[in-house]
Ligand binder design. Structure first.
Ligand code: HEM
Length: 367
């Protein structure tokens, strides 16, 4: 291709091409209202943010699927996570612009949308899949259920570009969840690595020691709660005993791979001050931050929808706001990262580590 001698803003950004894309179904901006153009523009802006987010997520996934993940790339990965969260946070603020659309403004053109809906946003589905959401975790939508069905061409039920995108993404493995899991699996726990002799015992020893410390910290909490006199003693004991049981169930699943991954998350969170755990810990914090930003996106979208259309059925056929609220409550990918928070204890209650040298920079550089 022959490049022009001097680049212009309009050629580089493709301004004219971009500005021709807001004509709606009619493909003619002059025949639609300002309200409808706003509706189209805000959706397009979201799709552009989603495009960027997908690129960042793919790069991150590719980084974490390496074995080993180069230590020096973690700072960049954390930067990438930070960008992703910023994208979601600022995208959410666009809902506020769309809320300037009042109910009648929207109803005036809404009927021509059926059965189109954000439910058909292939890029949203791609992000969920790339992050690691499983099909069986999805909430069914109306009679026909499947999100993939909604991505087919509504006339002939044939495939569509949206369907094709999502199908390709489903085949593109591993997910970020899975890649990060494999990376976490290799974390040295009390200096022991998978494949080392006695690794299973080292992991179990760490977890058992931690549960003793958790019980100690919980006893202190129990004493404080009973001291307030606000709840009968037996109830307090029963509640906290159940929490300890939950911790044991969570940290000792039969699946040993999962057990080691959960132990690694706990180890990193507990001893994050050790130099070699600092960046991994930051990465875990960023994953939670991103997921939180996505949950806020879902909640904020639901509140905007409630304000604009009330509790009526969605154009995509869902119950509307109730469906959206359910997704905000239930859709989580990095569940273990959230759960470990329930069982963390204060710094002075942590079991001391016998040997911290495997987590020192000096140890690494001497080797
Ligand atoms: C007035 C504006 C909007 C209304 C009334 C609205 C309404 C709805 C409703 C009712 C649903 C549930 C599915 C259905 O039955 O249709 C939905 C889903 C969705 N909407 Fe919106 N929406 C609006 C704007 C937006 C914008 C600007 C975006 C940004 C991309 C968006 C993204 C989505 C996504 C991704 C879903 C699928 C959620 C899921 O299944 O997890 N919506 N919308």
């Amino acid at each position: 291709m022959l490049l022009p001698m001097a680049t212009t803003y309009w050629d580089y950004i493709r301004v004219e091409q971009l500005l021709r894309l807001q004509g709606g179904i009619e493909d003619d901006e002059s025949t639609i209202t300002d309200h409808e153009v706003l509706f189209i523009v805000v959706h397009q802006v979201f799709e552009l943010w989603f495009k960027l987010a997908l690129r960042e997520l793919t790069t991150l996934r590719d980084l974490f699927k390496q074995d080993p993940v180069p230590e020096e790339s973690l700072a960049g990965a954390v930067g990438s996570m930070d960008r992703l969260t910023r994208i979601f946070r600022s995208a959410v603020s666009h809902f506020e612009v769309l809320e300037s659309l009042n109910t009648r403004d929207y109803l005036d053109f809404r009927d021509k949308l059926f059965p189109a809906s954000g439910f058909q946003s292939a890029q949203m589905r791609e992000m969920e899949i790339l992050l690691g959401m499983q099909d069986e975790e999805r909430i069914g939508l109306g009679a026909d259920g499947k999100y993939l069905e909604a991505l087919k061409d509504p006339t002939g039920q044939s495939e569509s570009p949206a369907f094709e995108r999502v199908k390709q993404r489903l085949a593109d493995k591993p997910s970020l969840l899975s890649a990060v899991g494999t990376w976490l699996l290799r974390t040295p726990i009390c200096g022991s690595q998978p494949g080392d002799e006695g690794d299973e015992a080292a992991v179990e020893g760490f977890l058992e020691g931690y549960l003793v410390a958790l019980r100690g910290a919980t006893d202190q909490t129990i004493a404080e709660v009973i001291g307030t006199g606000l709840m009968p003693e037996d109830k307090v004991h029963a509640r906290y005993a159940a929490e300890i049981e939950q911790a044991r169930d969570f940290f000792f699943p039969d699946d040993l791979r999962l057990r080691r991954i959960r132990a690694a998350v706990l180890f990193i969170e507990s001893y994050r001050e050790l130099p070699l755990l600092a960046w991994p810990r930051k990465m875990l914090a960023k994953l939670v931050e991103l997921e939180q930003a996505m949950v806020v996106f879902r909640q904020r979208h639901a509140r905007m929808v409630e304000r604009v259309i009330g509790r009526r059925i969605g154009t995509g056929g869902s119950s509307g706001v109730d469906y959206l609220d359910e997704t905000a409550l239930k859709y989580r990918v990095f569940k273990d990262l959230w759960t470990v928070r329930t069982f963390q204890i204060p710094t002075d209650a942590l079991p001391p580590l016998a040997d911290t040298t495997p987590y020192d920079f000096s140890e690494r550089f001497d080797a």
